[in-house]
Ligand binder design. Structure first.
Ligand code: MG
Length: 255
């Protein structure tokens, strides 16, 4: 009798230990090599072409709302520059997009502090799928001499695609993203007909070449698609303690 109780206790103990080991951790989906080669970029700043929808040109935030409650966007606008307001969280476009070409410029403050993912972290969700960080994130981060997992550096599709090069400029300098986004297509039963695809130029250098996403980008766990339609573009107010970064000259062309 006593043995049976001890045996049952041992089995229960190993069961719970196995369960604890099964629990997914953020580290499970980090990749640390190969480290993309450093490339010094040329000039890549460009004005919106005539058929673009201007999402931000310094005048106002009329095209944006707070992502969590759809109230007026509360990030800070000053002299053509939009700065993240971490207090209020992510903002997203009022307009919903399917396939598009996007241009935007971002800058990590010269006085940035912190390291790894806690150094100038933001992000461009190429399609926002609701509150918080739901969606497909193109990472924005200081990646100039800042070591982190390579599938989480600037130019990565977060935890899915390592950038093909690292053309990042140093903190205090403006950087550009030019993105071609092909939205995922779903069958009537919700299964994936064709996955989302992203091509990304970071400071004019190709860093993602028609990459097929595995699903929405996740901090923990394996991505899985869930059917959705046209979606806003969302900018991330990341919760780290480093100084907030800025954006300017954001425009999009629908395809
Ligand atoms: Mg981010």
């Amino acid at each position: 009798m006593k043995y049976k109780i001890i045996l049952a206790a041992l089995m229960a103990g190993s069961f719970f230990m196995a369960k604890a080991q099964e629990k997914a951790k953020p580290e499970d989906t980090e990749t640390w090599d190969p480290i993309p080669k450093v490339v010094t970029p040329g000039n890549t700043f460009r004005d919106a072409p005539s058929d673009a929808i201007v999402l931000f040109d310094g005048k106002n935030l009329d095209e944006w709302v707070q992502a969590d409650d759809q109230s007026a966007a509360k990030w800070n606008v000053k002299g053509d520059i939009l700065t993240v307001n971490k207090q209020y969280g992510n903002i997203e476009t009022k307009h919903k997009f399917t396939n598009y070409q996007l241009h935007l410029e971002w800058r990590v403050p010269a006085s940035i502090t912190g390291s790894g993912q806690a150094r100038g972290n933001s992000g461009v969700f190429l399609a926002s799928l609701g509150k918080g960080d739901a969606g497909y994130e193109l990472q924005v981060l200081d990646s100039y001499n800042n070591k982190t997992y390579v599938n989480g550096m600037a130019g990565s599709i977060y935890k899915q695609a390592i950038p093909l090069a690292n053309p990042g400029r140093k903190p205090g300098e403006w950087q550009t993203y030019d993105v071609i986004w092909t939205a995922p297509v779903f069958n009537a039963d919700g299964s994936v007909k064709s996955p989302a695809k992203a091509t990304v130029f970071f400071n004019g250098v190709l860093v993602e070449n028609n990459f097929e996403l595995k699903g929405p980008t996740l901090y923990i766990g394996k991505p899985e698609y869930k059917a959705h339609g046209a979606a806003p573009i969302k900018l991330q107010a990341h919760g780290d303690k480093s100084e907030p970064l800025s954006y300017r000259n954001i425009w999009v062309r629908e395809l």
